[in-house]
Design a protein around this ligand. Structure first.
Ligand code: NDP
Length: 420
């Protein structure tokens, strides 16, 4: 295959351009390690000065690379097993469609069976609490290595396989954004695999490890820990149950596979999304039944909005004539695709983000109101989704032009009705 140096130097740069692409790969890994240290410190204060820093010995354990690589290998094996159906992705630039195995939920179930068996045989899953820092260090290392591999290999990819962004010719920016859209080894799709499997399933395994640690320390799991574990397990199980929907998301359809997504999938998600559970190990919280019911209801409402709106759009994009969406009001666009202007997508322009944010709040509330750290996820996620919404609007305006402007006039609020 030809060496591909295709460049789009004038393409608009995102994430703060070259400066952002240089600073983020340094700043975010350090943030992960810092948050993990703070979360196990007695004060658990993110604003503490001087900051909590771990002794170097706590950053490394020879077991960590074995566990991280073993975990990636195990999940790759489940990915390759002939379980579930095979689905086609969106149409690519060359008119073709890639095939994807829809077996993420199977992988979760098989993992659950293996874990149950291992726990029954006496595996000390609570030890994950001690290993969190070395595991995060290894996941960060793997993210850098994989991103470098992807960057180098992308020069042999055909022109039509390159992503729209990430091909500016600036190595730092392209390494960060990702040059190739759907890098594969044979039929093994690296981006699709990383998007929902090792990190997401890893997140709930870490959560379970924190629960086991709590049981070791205090003989039983607290209500707060059970709620955090159950809410987040529901979120992960839902993502894997609806795995096919990921094929229409921005990550798969638009973004190249570079450090931004690799690090997000393999290091950021499992180690920062599990902060609430890790926090509860060291800072137990008592929760009244009334409080727990209110939090449970909030999570349920968020989940309902999130699931219904995502399914509605997914159904509409896959088959606009399906009875569940055929009666919704839509507007035409010059591309031939239509935009929903009623139903969930007539309430705000990103109802799915609204539901996601309500759930994020419900995951933090069981940790009480005395610390900022468990709310890190809500704050970060609000910033991420506001930024993501702005990116998506830019793409949609470029795609749909006047039709998008008229959608915005019909549905003036972006995420929060009457607020934003
Ligand atoms: P969305 O699922 O919101 O998809 C955006 C796309 O939907 C647009 O580009 C457009 O694509 C289409 N669209 C937008 N408006 C309409 C409309 N009115 N009618 C029909 N189609 C429309 O994108 P994301 O990938 O950002 O989010 C997917 C889910 O993942 C969300 O629930 C989000 O909260 C969640 N998420 C979670 C993260 C986490 O870390 N937990 C991180 C990021 C996302 P087109 O017209 O080309 O089809």
């Amino acid at each position: 295959m030809k060496f591909n140096k295709q460049k789009s130097p004038h393409a608009e740069k995102e994430f703060g351009g070259t400066l952002g692409a240089t600073c983020i790969p340094v700043f975010l890994p350090l943030t992960v390690l810092y948050l993990l240290c703070v979360c196990r410190s007695p004060a658990a204060s993110v604003l503490q000065w001087p900051p909590v820093l771990p002794p170097t010995a706590q950053l490394w354990d020879p077991l960590a690379p074995v566990l991280i690589l073993g975990w990636m290998a195990l999940q790759s094996f489940f990915y390759l097993l002939p379980m579930g159906k095979v689905s086609e992705g969106m149409v690519l630039k060359d008119g073709s469609r890639l095939k994807y195995p829809i077996n993420g939920f199977h992988a979760l179930c098989v993992t659950a069976v293996l874990l149950t068996l291992s726990l029954w045989l006496g595996m000390p899953l609570g030890y994950l609490f001690e290993l969190l820092l070395p595991l995060a260090v290894c996941a960060i290392g793997v993210s850098f290595l994989l991103s470098l591999y992807l960057y180098i290999c992308s020069f042999w990819a055909p022109h039509h396989a390159l992503a729209q962004g990430g091909n500016t010719g600036n190595p730092l920016y392209d390494f960060f954004m990702g040059r190739e859209l759907n890098p594969r080894i044979g039929s093994f799709d690296l981006k699709y695999f990383c998007e929902l499997r090792p990190g997401l399933i890893g997140w709930v395994v870490i959560n379970l490890g924190m629960l086991m640690k709590e049981v070791e320390l205090r003989d039983s799991a607290s209500l707060a820990m059970i709620l955090v574990n159950s809410f987040q397990l529901l979120y992960v199980a839902d993502a894997l149950w609806n795995e096919e929907a990921v094929l229409t998301t921005m990550d798969i359809v638009h973004d190249g596979f570079g450090f931004m997504l690799v690090f997000g999938d393999l290091a950021w998600v499992p180690f920062t999304y599990s902060l609430q559970a890790a926090f509860l190990v060291v800072h137990p919280q008592s929760l009244s039944l009334l409080g727990a019911t209110a939090i449970f209801t909030l999570n349920g409402a968020g989940y309902y909005i999130f699931r219904k709106s995502n399914s509605q759009k997914n159904q509409f994009r896959r088959d606009p004539t399906h009875p569940s969406v055929a009666n919704l009001e839509t507007i035409a666009t010059a591309t031939g695709k239509r935009l929903l202007v009623s139903g969930w997508w007539g309430l705000v322009r990103h109802p799915n983000y609204l539901g996601d944010l309500l759930m994020a709040l419900a995951w933090s509330l069981p940790c009480g109101f005395n610390h900022l750290l468990p709310y890190f996820y809500v704050v970060y996620f609000t910033i991420l989704l506001i930024h993501r919404e702005a990116r998506d609007e830019r793409h949609c305006r470029a795609k749909y032009g006047l039709a998008w402007d008229s959608y915005c006039r019909r549905v003036p609020y972006r995420i929060f009705p009457y607020i934003y």
